[in-house]
Design a protein around this ligand. Structure first.
Ligand code: ATP
Ligand code: MG
Length: 277
């Protein structure tokens, strides 16, 4: 197989007309890959994505061809997928207000051009899920927030609207399933592509602890840092060391933080799927 792309977390191989996405144990925060790996992370994210793709199959077609038909050395953390013409937008949807959009909300009362009610805090539930797309930057660049109108200008109004509507559908269904299991999906990022017949298809990974914020529903309270099952833990630790994303070298993750992060990924997987890791 030919390695055609090495992402922050996944290695992408071409194999015949398909791609094989291989999830590594790498972890990135603020678009920077940290020098320490999280054991089992690649397999956990792969298994969780596959679980979601199945559950969402009546909402959206997906790119999965096979989880078995992959080279033995990658088994468990690789998926054979349809090679799609990727739509150049990171389809972000938020059910709760936190993270990168907080500053914009506080300054303007809007996020990605959408007006929100006043008085929301970090962690507040939004009245309705809000679509907050970003550009899909080239390797090394940061994705930029944009309004729906800006996405529509780039992609065409029809395609932009189909991506937005499917993103909201996936989020609504996923958030409902997760909440019944004690997990709030605060926000998530989806990627779509067009298949050879022009069918808009869900690609990449879906509703994982890398692409989403997963909060413990029982501990959720607006105005505080939410107890989470995602890499927020690593982000917070990295910040606490004094490291900044623009610094040349990222710090090694200490063993206790690695283990606590792995435990969070496992807990999310077990709560959602009802399976033992
Ligand atoms: P970037 O998305 O900026 O390249 P990344 O670090 O997010 O970087 P990874 O998620 O590690 O990348 O790698 C997965 C890559 O494979 C992404 O570029 C994603 O857009 C692409 N991809 C996922 N599914 C498909 C598909 N079915 N067809 C073509 N490309 C895909
Ligand atoms: Mg990615």
């Amino acid at each position: 197989m030919e390695l055609i792309h090495q992402g922050k977390v996944r290695d992408v191989y071409a194999d015949g007309g398909d791609l094989v996405l291989v999830a590594s144990n790498r972890v990135s925060v603020y678009d920077v890959i940290l020098p320490t790996e999280i054991p089992d992370k690649g397999a956990l994210l792969t298994a969780l994505s596959l679980w979601w793709f199945e559950r969402l199959a009546d909402v959206v077609p997906n790119h999965v061809v096979s989880a078995e038909d992959v080279p033995a050395e990658f088994a468990g953390r690789a998926v054979r997928v349809k090679r799609l013409d990727m739509v150049k937008v990171e389809a972000v949807v938020r059910g709760y207000l936190t993270g990168s959009v907080l500053d914009a909300y506080r300054a303007t009362g809007t996020v990605n051009g959408v007006a929100l009610p006043p008085g929301l805090e970090d962690g507040s539930r939004l009245p309705e899920p809000v679509y907050t797309p970003t550009t899909k930057a080239d390797v090394g660049d940061h994705d930029e927030a944009e309004t729906f109108a800006q996405t529509a200008d780039r992609l065409g109004a029809g395609l932009a609207a189909r991506v937005r509507d499917l993103t909201l559908d996936v989020y609504r269904r996923g958030a409902e399933i997760a909440l019944a299991k004690g997990i709030i999906i605060a926000d998530t990022k989806l990627e779509f592509g067009l298949d050879e017949d022009g069918v808009l298809t869900l690609a990449d990974e879906v509703l994982t602890s890398d692409s989403s914020r997963f909060w413990d529903a029982s501990g959720w309270k607006p105005g505080q840092v939410q107890p989470s099952f995602d890499k927020q833990f690593v982000r917070d630790w990295a910040r606490s060391t004094g490291w900044r994303p623009d610094d040349a070298e990222a710090p090694e993750i200490p063993a206790d933080i690695v283990e606590a992060t792995r435990a969070r990924y496992i807990e999310a997987y077990e709560l959602l799927t009802g399976r033992r890791w």
